[in-house]
Design a protein around this ligand. Sequence first.
Ligand SMILES: Cc1ncc(COP(=O)(O)O)c(C=O)c1O
Length: 560
Amino acid sequence: MQGLGLDPDETLPLFQLGSACTRRPGPRSGKQLYIKCTNSALQSLIVQKTHKLCWRRGFERLSLPVEKSAQTQPPQLVAAPNPEAVAQKAQQKADKVGLEMEARQHLEAEPRPLVELRKSEAVYEEAKKILPSGASSNVRVYKHEPFPVIFDHGKGSRVWDIDGNEYVDYLLAYGPLILGHCHPSVVNAIKDQIQKSSMLGTTTELEVEVAKKIASMVPGAQMVSFSNSGTEATMEAVRIARAFTGRDKILKFEGHYHGHHDYVLFSVESPSSVAGLELAPTKLPFYPGIPEGVSHTVIVAPWNNLAALERTLKKYANDIAAVIMEPVIGSSGVIPPADGYLKGVRELAQKFDVLLIFDEVLTGFRIAKGGAQEYYGVNADLACFAKALGNGAPIAAITGRRDVMGMIGPGKIAYGGTYNANPLSLAACKATLDVLSKNDGEAFSRMNSITQKLTDRLQQACDKTGHDAVVQGVGPMFQLYFTRLKKISTYRQTLQCDYEKFKDFREMMLERGVYFHPDGTERLMLSAVHTTEDIEKTLTAAEDSLSKLPRRYYRSRSVR
Ligand SMILES: Cc1ncc(COP(=O)(O)O)c(C=O)c1O
């Protein structure tokens, strides 16, 4: 077993098949697992079992050569039958039938694999041939999975993969699907708009209407400007701040993500071995390709620590254009700001005369009608929105102070985008905001209360099954951290959590029809259309998974 790279303690029923089926070191190369099967009748069951095994254990491929049995040989002419040989053959046959029945009992006694992912695997094999790494965004593939689950379609809070498995969806396409999949209001709005025009290339009445709607929902939104993605919104906000202040430097926080433009790709997921001191984090580019020169425009500070921020601002104030932050971290699990922290940051920004940018790409139109600015009663100078704004249509917005936003315009800063404020996205956006703002934002209070119910009971399930864990969140965003800590308040504390355990837990949830984000360092989200039934299904799956997590996991350890 060791030769095959499997843990001897994890013998699976497959290997209880005795002579009917044996693993052998044989022609195994790379991560292939070869199984020698002497009984073709069992082949389909074994394939079913081992397919899951291969996926779970990281083997890329299964090869199952079935040895030719006597029955499969071409018929031969023989002399008169020897009675002894006939009796022996009959006995062998009886033994075989007995063995087969025994093996079947073993297999059927085991819970059958709940997910078959063969098509996902096959499509991913094809994808890799034409798409670098098999995906158009790095977050869609993970080193710890041999292939990603590939989705086919969704409806409401549920999503189906191409093998036909159904899941309660807590990924929500990484955030946009605040009204779930295919919300009829959004679908109809897009259908209606596409009959009129998908692109016009001028300012439109719809654009003005949607901008006014956003301004009515978001505190401090004296002006609104549209783009297409969170990355574009934060990139433009940084440029606006630089132009407005005449300074180059941007202060960002360790563990915060603001999209994939160079200005902000520093210290996003610093591993503890190279992250430096917690109060003076080492500035680390988020992988190669970021020019050295850009790093001179970025200052990195620890979040949720006013004293550290004040020290940094004191040192660099005259060079800093803006402080940018996720007002609730949603890119390292979900970490709320400490009491009074955002107010304190607001005051420090004022004191040192730097602009404050809230990246509300995750929190916006999700934790409250007016995002984190409303939720915490703190206004930024600029705020960036995307994801939930369009329920899946590519749209983003920057909102903020009239004087600061006034930097946008011909001869002022470069601000462009062929697809900015395209009517299709605007139509989806308007429909989304109309649904979200109905009955004074009832959708938000519902999302918040249903999520609270889920997180409270998830925490209880962890406690009851003896797992050290913290379940925490804000609004419909939450995360389950396996840790002995009682609360996660900083990025550095996330480094002490057990993500190996999360991976196994997440995989068990997947098998039980619940789709969690594959990466425990990210977050989970509910939509406005998740139901009590979804919550109950999730909790049943969680209780079952937690009670079956291998015993080695009963004590959390740091692995990141
Ligand atoms: C907080 C935050 N800001 C910015 C972005 C970038 O948004 P986009 O992927 O739409 O470019 C993301 C994406 O996950 C995000 O979570």
